[in-house]
Design a protein around this ligand. Structure first.
Ligand code: GLC
Length: 576
């Protein structure tokens, strides 16, 4: 069964939306691009590997560990921002788009990283942060020192406040990180001035993407990095860059936390203007002999809105975190997969499947719970580990690319007991400490079984503390254990790179008992994930390529487990 035919048709119709510029037919090629099947490995630089021993990960540390990434069997690295930054949001607050923060190294180090990755056959995907810059960026500093209504202020959203003396914000809009989305400025003479808009932290003023100067500037920034050899960009918070000129109140109460999961139609998010910008960036991506890859962090309210980002002359792919938001339930997974897949257009846009990131709670912790994984999570359980592996079997069996966040291949869990003095995420502070924020999934990786930082750094303390229990799940420990999560990932990725016919677009769900998902891809491959309360038996005519844990009697996929199966008549290296 090809899923959601109706939804697919509806979305295809939307290609002809007014204002849409049809891309020349040259884009409708049968040949696959590298990203159509690629597995990206997400490196959160601060927490990957530290070479200069300051307790924070850096570019040289990453270069030294590139062979590890290569051996995992991925095709590309997406690296969190390395730009010069005050680091108030871990580098997503950019002070200089064409320089590297000394915390991470130098521009030469970045060039070495790009070159070394290419030598190993790994593509490099830059984190492109365009919705906002740092309040310390010269653009914003110059806007602050320029008069109201000046050309410099037009780069951002400056507004007068309401009420007597303009003491009230221009409206009731909220920041995604909690608290108001407007911060007041000070005039030269220290009197209160205008307010500026920031969807995230107050250190991250939103840029005005209707301003031609902003557009031109970012075209050049894209070219700068493409010319240095990066193969593509992950477009940070990209659905936020379009805004309508509509400054009405949204009805948010003062204590209302504006959360991504309730994003509705608001004038400052997912507005039509974003699509013009994406078309422009796509043209830049196509200036290169090998087209550059644009994958957007797109969080929108429904599949129709999502599909608009994937039109032929916009993004080639989106990273969707919807899969990482759902509870452990067969119907929820099937529906979400159908929905996301239904937003793509066969032949030119593909989903980048992902279960985790530096913004999400770790997979094994989420799946150790039976309900929604919010707030403070409980202990990690073997069930959580089994489910996480099974969920990866499913995600990696889908057509399209996939992304694995560092440490997921080790089965790392969310660190819930970081002392409050060490927490750094602005979400923790902006929510009045009501939300722990994202530090728990950003704890530095354990490389070795021993040592104060488990091989992350020669220093005695890392920027976020590691649990000592991570010695048991370190890379070194897992390399010596054939049943480890690391070996599981290596083997699954090795199979993935050889067995699939990547032209295969359809998702087919076979009839199965309630709570068991059986995904078929091609005539001879099946992925089974057992969300039910009963074991599920597979046929004798199939060999088990990979499984989240060994199958009982070699035929039974236990509850909370999954397996990749292939019809026996195929030789080991034959494609399906
Ligand atoms: C994206 C990033 C997140 C960052 C935010 C603001 O969602 O993934 O880490 O805080 O954008 O740049």
């Amino acid at each position: 069964m090809i899923v959601e035919e109706e939804a697919q048709k509806r979305i295809l119709d939307s290609i002809h939306l007014p204002g849409h510029v049809a891309w020349p037919d040259i884009d409708i090629q049968s040949s696959l691009k590298w990203w159509h099947k690629a597995v990206l490995y997400q490196v959160y630089l601060r927490s990957f590997a530290d070479a200069n021993d300051d307790g924070v990960g850096d570019i040289a540390g990453l270069i030294s560990r590139l062979p590890y990434i290569k051996e995992l069997g991925v095709d590309a690295v997406w690296i969190s921002p390395w730009y010069a930054s005050p680091m108030l949001d871990g580098g997503y607050d950019v002070r200089d788009y064409v320089d590297t923060d000394p915390l991470f190294g130098s521009l030469e180090d970045v060039q070495d990283l790009i070159d070394a990755s290419h030598q190993l056959g790994l593509r490099v995907v830059l984190d492109f942060v365009a919705n906002h810059c740092s309040s310390q960026h010269p653009w914003f500093q110059s806007a602050l020192s320029s008069p109201e209504g000046s050309r410099e202020r037009e780069w951002f959203y400056f507004k007068d406040g309401q009420g007597e003396g303009g003491d009230e914000p221009p409206n009731d809009w909220k920041s995604i990180f909690g608290g108001p989305a407007w911060t007041r400025t000070l005039n030269h003479d220290d009197t209160p001035g205008q307010w500026f808009f920031h969807l995230f932290d107050s250190s991250q003023p939103d840029l005005n993407w209707k301003n031609e100067e902003v557009l031109v500037q970012f075209d050049e920034i894209l070219r700068y990095w493409f010319n240095r050899g990066v193969d593509g960009c992950r477009l940070d918070a990209v659905s936020a860059i379009g805004k309508d000129d509509d400054y009405r109140d949204m009805g948010f109460a003062p204590d209302h936390l504006y959360r991504p999961d309730i994003w509705g139609p608001v004038p400052f998010y997912d507005a039509e203007g974003v699509h013009d910008v994406l078309r422009r960036w796509r043209r830049v991506a196509r200036e290169y002999p090998t087209e550059k890859f644009l994958v957007g962090e797109v969080v929108v309210r429904d599949v129709d809105r999502l599909a608009r980002y994937l039109r032929r002359d916009e993004l080639q792919s989106t990273l969707s975190f919807d899969l990482s938001k759902i509870v452990w339930n067969a119907d929820a997974f099937r529906q979400m997969i159908n929905t996301l897949h239904g937003a793509c257009f066969e032949g030119h846009s593909w989903m980048t499947w992902t279960l985790s990131s530096h913004d999400e709670k770790r997979t094994v912790s989420r799946y150790s719970q039976d309900g929604p994984a919010e707030g403070v999570l409980g202990d990690v359980t073997p069930t959580g580990h089994g489910r996480a592996r099974a969920a990866y079997l499913l995600a990696l069996a889908l057509p399209g690319s996939a992304c694995i966040y560092q440490g997921e291949e080790l089965g790392l869990w969310e660190v819930m007991d970081i002392h409050e003095d060490r927490l750094q995420d602005p979400i923790y502070f902006r929510t009045g400490k009501q939300e722990l924020g994202r530090d728990g999934c950003r704890v530095p990786l354990p490389w070795e079984k021993e040592g104060p930082t488990l091989g992350f750094s020669a220093r005695h303390e890392t920027w976020l503390p590691q649990p000592q229990s991570w010695a048991d799940v370190s890379v070194a420990t897992q390399l010596n254990d054939a049943s480890s999560t690391l070996h599981f990932f290596r083997s699954v990725l090795a199979w993935r790179s050889t067995i699939f016919n990547n032209d295969e677009w359809a998702i087919t769900w076979e009839p199965s008992p309630t709570g068991v998902l059986v995904l078929r891809r091609g005539p001879d491959f099946r992925c089974v994930v057992n969300f039910s309360g009963e074991p599920f038996c597979v046929g004798d005519d199939e060999e088990v390529l990979a499984s989240s844990s060994p199958l009982t009697h070699e035929r039974v996929v236990d509850v909370n487990n999954g397996a990749w199966l292939r019809a026996r008549r195929f030789a080991a290296h034959q494609r399906l």
